[in-house]
Each structure stands twice: as C-alpha cells, then as structure tokens.
Design a binder for this molecule. Structure first.
Ligand code: PEP
Length: 254
C-alpha cells in the first residue's frame, strides 16, 4: 500500500511574511491528517526559514526544493547543490519540472543528472514528466513520458526509482485550469507503472506517482480515487492554505 503524498510547489511566489502566514495555516490545518504525507517546495531563499518554522512546530510536513544542481561543488555560479539542500532540511526536490524544461532549456539528460545528484545525497527526487498539448494531439503522450523516464533509467538504473516519486504533469494542464480527467490521468499513470514493471515489478508497485495540473480542493478526491494516482503535485492551489488543505484532506481520505 503506497502512502498518498500531496506536495505543494510554491514556484516563484511569496515573501517572508506571506510564506510564514501560509505555512502557519498549513501546519495548523494538517495536524490531524495522519494518513497523507504533506510536503512544500519553497523557493531556495525561504528554505531555512520554512525549515525552522516546521521544526519549531514539530511538524511532520516535509520540505522540498524546486530544483537542484547536477554538480556537487565548484565554479557553477548561481547553482545550489543537493548537499546544501539537505543541510537546510530538505527531503524532497523537484526534478525536470516542465517550466525548467520549457523556460530554462533543461533537457532529459540534465533532469536525469539532477535526479542522480539528488539520489547521491539521499534526497527524494520528484521526477516530473508529461507531454505538451501538441504531443498529446499527435498521440505521442506515452512516447514522450517513456523518453523522459528512460533518461533516468539509463543513467541510474530502474532501482534508483525505488522510493522515488514521479509526478505526471501534462503541460497543457499546468496553471491553465484544465485538469486531465481522472481517466486520462489514470491511463498515463498505469502506463508509467507498467513500463517500470517490465524492468522491475517491486519498483513499479512501490513508486509513488503523483498527478499535477490544476488540482484543486474541488477535483482532488476524484483524481486520488484512481488506482495508480498516489497523490498530487500542486502549484497554484498550494498558495491558498484552505484549498491546499482541502487537497491534503482528499489525500488523507484516498
Ligand atoms: C505545477 O506547477 O507543478 C502545477 C501542477 O501547477 P498547477 O497546480 O498550478 O497547475
């Protein structure tokens, strides 16, 4: 039985004051949720403050970053290593988010190197995969997702996905208000699991596969009810404590 996970991706949003208020509300509202794991992925500069606040409240909410360098140290101005993230309490890190791929030129191989860097340091990567609208319309969804997964499997082996997290995020559903239907999402999640099962059934059965793309309190329960959907990666709605908590509750009841 896979534990559901709901992870918020705050993206490039917030200030010291707004993040403190948001986090306090999430901490308070999630204390009774004992079945779902909850995580928040904060911008780098807020990680120490968020980590301090979570520790002060003895909160079980886990901390994540939104990106990581593939390098461990050296002349890479602007980069942040997996070891640095770990020092500030991160247990998760997003890898290969579609915004990194589309806006910052991150290729499958770069995402795979970041995945490897996270794993080397003991962080749990949340590997984001998903197709654009054009790719879906060409019938290429499975080929795209398979290619993105294969980049990681080729570099680090299928076993590196054991205890990792995969987030299926159709690009056309991110921040657009257009959610994949539960069946559309389930079909891709089942494809991912069956692809992994060809290499290793234990890995396929154990890996958490989150759905991301315009998840809200109002649609979370029907998505999380699907057999291969193990929770959600939440963008916009994670900035609203009440909406995020409603999604967490749907995860808790899944
Ligand atoms: C995301 O950024 O990963 C995401 C799923 O965003 P949203 O929930 O806003 O679609």
């Amino acid at each position: 039985m896979r534990q559901p996970l709901v992870a918020g991706n705050w993206k490039l949003n917030g200030s010291n004051a707004s993040i403190e208020a948001l986090l306090n509300a999430i901490i308070e509202g999630s204390t009774a949720l004992d079945k779902v794991a909850v995580a928040v992925c904060a911008p780098y500069v807020y990680l120490p403050g968020v980590n301090d606040l979570l520790q002060r409240h003895l909160s079980s909410i886990r901390l994540g970053a939104q990106d990581v360098s593939e390098h461990s140290a050296g002349a890479y101005t602007g980069e942040v290593s997996a070891a640095m993230l770990q020092e500030f309490g991160c247990s998760y890190v997003l890898v290969g988010h579609s915004e990194r791929r589309a806006l910052f030129g991150e290729h499958d191989a770069d995402s795979a190197n970041k995945f490897a860097a996270a794993r080397r340091q003991g962080l749990t990567p949340i590997l984001c995969v998903g197709e654009t609208l054009a790719e879906r319309e060409q019938g290429a969804t499975e080929a795209v997702v398979a290619r993105q997964l294969d980049a990681v499997i080729t570099l680090t082996g299928v076993v590196s996905l054991a205890d990792a997290v995969i987030a299926y995020e159709p690009v056309w559903a991110i921040g657009t208000g257009k959610t994949a239907s539960p069946q559309q999402a389930q079909d891709v999640h089942a494809f991912i699991r069956s692809k992994l099962a060809e290499a290793d059934t234990a890995v396929a059965n154990g890996v958490q596969i989150l759905y991301g793309g315009s998840v809200k309190g109002a649609n979370a329960a029907e998505l999380f009810a699907m057999a291969d959907i193990d929770g959600g990666l939440i963008g916009g709605a994670s900035l609203d404590a009440q909406d995020f908590l409603a999604i967490c509750e749907a995860g808790n009841n899944a």
